[in-house]
Design a protein around this ligand. Structure first.
Ligand SMILES: [Zn+2]
Ligand SMILES: [Zn+2]
Length: 750
């Protein structure tokens, strides 16, 4: 006989781990007990030695679907002669280190009940179990027990309680467990109906816009094939061009909308259920869903309420965030009623409060791997490892746009939900509230804070106002590089091509087309895009034609015919030449803007990255032609990617009447080739074989995939972000990695 205590760490609470251990113990006939404590799950078993070994071998492998076992540490104990196996009460108090898990899509067992007329939860929009349902969005405090969630106000009926207390039941300790007798209810505001979901579905089919309260906030829904409804939604929401997300009723319907691959189907059907962007197929989707986009953003239903709406309408719906233009998504009932009153014809709501506003996540597939563009619902707050432990609790405040924050304790990091544009007052409030919430959930008391060097970022100002903490400023593009290195567990230096729109360079110029050689601690600049003026500063971000003007001035080329007032053009040309109120920039994002404006794609934008996205959408896939984009390289100083001849070639092609689809493709090809050559040369000079591609510009699939392929052909190892977005949503995690590495180094020196 032998007795062993096994401590299981990872995501093991609130995911049905104890009932799983109970069943496994029963199957193998071992005695002992299992319990949750502040750090995870503790199992004690007593059985013949070989049975104990078999138990320990199967324990991590057969864990339930939502569990992630990071570590099992076991120790031998004295035998006690125990009989039977039990699930014990959790000890209270202590340091709460157990993981709060992400919200997870309705599982197949719950779906079967939802559509089974004989089941007591038939058509009940809140069916869930330990394998699925809301988690992060309903958690108010730890430990993760019902009174500490927004389900605290609903008392379980005897039938639900019996399930909750039965270790053999799928709902054993499922905190949000509920049924029509005791749980939350839906309501179609202002309508007197026995079946609010069916009534909302009828209204949707009739062309209405319905505000639907979901898991992390409100959506605005309408039929996706009804041009009038979609156009009305656009007008009321004041959203001019940015594509709307779709919810297809099922995978088969999704196949008719986008080009499906096994990797896309897997991502669409994963428990996180992100919006998946993929090339669109000809379909009856209304034109105004995604104007001038070659892709559609599609997701599958992820809550029982969504499944019911999908089944009752039987059609693809627009499911866009419930807000007006760029405001944060509404998640509070009263706030939604007020803000969405002018947009929605009807409100489908329920009485389970949402604790934390959490947007839908957005992803793409690149080279068969997921590429996250927005990491939020379904992914947050799963921890992301850091490659080193600096022995301190850390906070990182992130960037200004697409903001996320991040916290770390030991080698565990938690990256917060997508907060968004901090320049909006309500968003800034959810930034500070979110940080406090995460500090409580994961027992982090920051001793050091990492922040962007940009003095005007509100996230930076927040960091600098904190008292009693060590402060660590991190250059923006270094944070991008470090984020990618850290998520891949890399601590050795690498060469990074970090391309984005804007980042504070620290030398008075705006960076955004950087070749950096560095590790987690520091970097040196190995190259950059030829710097040009940003005429009028920030105004150039909203008006890409200004960047066209600047690049033409730098290239000594006359403009082709552009839809811009000649007087304004002259003024801006003057700014570009004189440099007044026009900082120098190496931004690749701004180069994309310039080329898009020259091609007549877009003179002004209504959302970040729009001109580049539309230029990519236009690029002819098969076009192999390219433009010159020479490297200026004297062997010692940083390599300069000189895009002036590229811009001249674009203008020549335009004058010669070349199709914009060809010009766009040739520009992409030229940039990819020059980037690959520059990286290869710089990596060789720095003595590394690893190249990182990151920054918001690499959301461009064609640029990313072409550059990666060329680098691999040159024999280099290419790392790209997978667990976190390449855009500024990944900055906070990169800041953590840099802070941890610098603090660890300081300790070694001290
Ligand atoms: Zn379930
Ligand atoms: Zn009940």
């Amino acid at each position: 006989m032998s007795r062993v205590r096994a401590r299981v760490e990872g995501t093991v609470q609130g995911v049905g781990f104890r009932p799983y251990v109970y069943r496994l113990a029963g199957e193998l006939g071992v005695a002992g007990h299992v319990l949750n404590d502040a750090r995870g799950v503790v199992v004690e078993i007593e059985a013949p030695s070989e049975t104990v070994e078999r138990f320990l071998a199967r324990l991590p492998i057969e864990a339930p679907p939502l569990a992630t076992v990071e570590r099992v540490v076991s120790e031998q104990l004295e035998e006690l002669g125990e009989h039977g196996f039990s699930i014990r009460e959790s000890p209270t108090g202590g340091d709460p280190r157990a993981a709060v898990t992400p919200d997870s899509a309705t599982c197949v067992d719950c779906l079967a009940e939802l559509f089974d007329p004989r089941d007591r939860r038939f058509r009940y929009p809140f069916v869930n179990c330990t394998n699925c349902g809301p988690r992060f969005t309903i958690v108010r405090d730890i430990p993760y027990d019902r009174p500490n969630t927004t389900m605290g106000g609903f008392e379980m009926c005897p039938a639900c309680r019996a399930e909750y207390l039965d270790p053999g039941n799928r709902r054993f300790h499922a905190q949000p467990n509920a049924c029509p007798d005791c749980g939350p209810q839906v309501q179609l505001i202002g309508a007197c109906t026995a079946d609010p979901v069916a009534a909302a579905a009828q209204a949707l089919l009739g062309g209405a816009i319905v505000a639907v309260k979901g898991i992390g906030g409100f959506h605005l829904a309408c039929r996706a094939d009804d041009e009038a409804a979609v156009a009305r939604l656009r007008a009321r929401k004041h959203r001019e061009d940015k594509p709307f997300a779709l919810m297809a009723p099922g995978l088969r319907a999704a196949r008719a909308l986008i080009h499906m691959t096994a990797a896309r189907a897997a991502l669409l059907g994963s428990p996180a259920r992100p919006i998946v962007l993929a090339p669109r197929r000809p379909s009856p989707i209304a034109d105004s869903v995604a104007p001038r986009s070659s892709e559609l953003g599609v997701m599958l239903p992820y809550s029982p309420l969504h499944h019911l709406l999908a089944a009752d309408t039987g059609t693809t719906l627009v499911m866009t965030s419930g807000n007006v233009s760029d405001e944060p998504i509404a998640f509070d009932d009263e706030d939604a009623a007020e803000r969405l009153a002018g947009i929605a014809d009807l409100f489908l709501v329920h009485d389970r409060p949402i604790e934390t506003r959490t947007d839908d996540s957005v992803a793409r597939v690149s080279g068969d791997r997921p590429l996250l563009l927005r990491r939020s619902r379904g992914y947050v707050p799963a921890s992301v490892r850091l490659p080193l432990d600096c022995g301190r609790h850390l906070l990182a405040c992130g960037a200004e746009l697409k903001n996320t924050f991040a916290l770390a304790r030991g080698a565990n990091a938690w990256v917060g939900h997508h907060v968004g544009d901090l320049r909006n007052y309500e968003t800034l409030r959810s930034f500070t509230a979110g940080i406090e919430h995460f500090q409580r959930l994961f027992a982090v008391k920051p001793q050091a804070v990492a922040y962007d060097l940009h003095p005007e970022y509100l996230s930076t100002k927040h960091a600098l106002e904190l008292e009693g903490v060590e402060r660590i400023g991190v250059q923006h593009h270094h944070a991008h590089l470090a984020a990618c290195l850290a998520e891949h567990g890399e601590t050795a230096p690498a060469l990074g091509a970090i391309f984005d729109g804007t980042g504070y360079g620290g030398d008075g110029t705006v960076w955004g087309g950087e070749l950096l050689f560095g590790d987690l601690r520091g970097f040196e600049r190995a190259g950059f895009l030829f710097p040009v003026r940003m005429p009028g500063g920030e105004a150039a971000i909203r008006q890409p034609w200004r960047m066209a003007c600047a690049w033409l001035a730098a290239s000594g080329t006359e403009p082709p015919a552009l839809p811009v007032d000649p007087g304004a053009w002259k003024q801006v040309s003057e700014l570009a030449r004189s440099g007044v109120a026009s900082p120098l920039t190496t931004s690749v994002g701004r180069l994309f803007d310039a080329v898009a404006a020259l091609c007549g794609v877009r003179a002004e934008v209504t959302y970040e990255g729009q001109a580049a996205a539309e230029l990519e959408a236009l690029a002819e896939p098969a076009e192999a032609g390219s433009y010159p984009l020479p490297l200026r390289d004297d062997g010692g100083a940083p390599v300069i990617l000189d895009a002036r001849p590229t811009v001249r070639a674009v203008v020549d092609d335009l004058r010669a009447g070349a199709a914009v689809a060809k010009i766009a493709a040739r520009f992409h090809n030229a940039l990819a080739a020059a980037t690959a050559t520059a990286c290869t040369r710089a990596a060789d000079r720095c003595g590394t074989e690893t190249v990182v591609l990151s920054g918001g510009v690499f959301q461009n699939r064609r640029l990313l995939e072409t550059t990666r392929e060329l680098l691999r052909t040159a024999g280099l190892r290419v790392l790209t972000p997978e667990a976190l977005p390449p855009n500024d949503g990944g900055i906070a995690y990169g800041q953590l990695a840099v802070a941890a590495a610098r603090l660890a180094e300081d300790d070694v020196r001290a």
